[in-house]
Design a protein around this ligand. Structure first.
Ligand code: AMP
Length: 217
């Protein structure tokens, strides 16, 4: 399974990536999680990235490309990977092609999850994340509140700073202007699957598996 999960913030990439990662036993590579880890450990990268993330903007391409090149070069992705949150610009997409070429990775699929902006704002306003294991919950469906314990590991559930409504609209603006055009870069590859991301977690999970079933990835 070599899969790129593409789509706007809040469409469910992280949730689906976690599920697929467990089901297929391949690592979930989330550039957002890596940046948030860097912020909480106070590294130089984290210090630089925090203000950018909080403003809903993008971390510079060269930084992100180096991070992804390093993680894709590691032996742990030998059996595959689920890439979530990268590429987010045309520059990143071109760099990813080069990285795949250099690493001799030929077969991969891309799933584009689609949903409308209003639903995203609603979903992200309800999103809770465990500070310990990064698991994602929804206040409404899971009947949980900020600061309650994670049902899985007991860690504290929090709202992400960048899930505030104003920041979400900024993230959506960035998505529509810089990230969505990346789809055109991949449209001729024939490996993109468009899936309605507004269904339940189970339905979207099943559809992704049906789409990629039987393929060599
Ligand atoms: P995510 O968890 O994927 O929604 O990412 C959270 C934030 O991290 C984004 O809003 C960006 O500020 C930053 N980020 C994550 N991935 C990238 C990327 N590929 N390029 C630039 N910035 C990124």
């Amino acid at each position: 399974m070599r899969l790129i999960l593409f789509g706007p913030p809040g469409v469910g990439k992280g949730t689906q990536a976690q599920l697929l990662s467990e089901e297929f036993g391949v690592p979930h590579i989330s550039t957002g999680d890596m940046l948030r880890d860097a912020v909480s450990s106070g590294t130089d990268l984290g210090k630089k990235a925090k203000a950018i993330i909080d403003a809903g903007q993008l971390v510079p391409d060269d930084v992100m490309i180096d991070i992804v090149r390093e993680v894709l070069s590691s032996p742990k992705i030998k059996r595959g990977f689920i890439l979530d949150g990268f590429p987010r610009t045309l520059e990143q997409a071109k760099a990813l092609t080069k990285i795949f070429d250099d690493l001799n990775i030929q077969d991969y699929k891309m799933v584009n999850l689609e949903i409308d902006d209003e639903e995203i704002v609603r979903r992200l306003g309800n999103r809770l994340v465990c500070v310990n294991d990064g698991k994602i919950y929804n206040m409404e469906f899971d009947a949980l509140t900020p600061n309650s314990p994670c049902p899985d590991c007991g860690g504290r559930l929090v709202q992400r700073d960048d899930d505030k409504e104003e920041t979400v609209w900024n993230r959506l603006k960035v998505y529509h202007s810089l990230t969505a055009p990346v789809l055109y870069y991949y449209k001729d590859s024939g490996d993109i699957y468009h899936i309605d991301g507004s269904g339940s977690i189970d339905i979207v999970n099943r559809e992704i598996k049906m789409m990629v079933k039987g393929s060599a990835v």
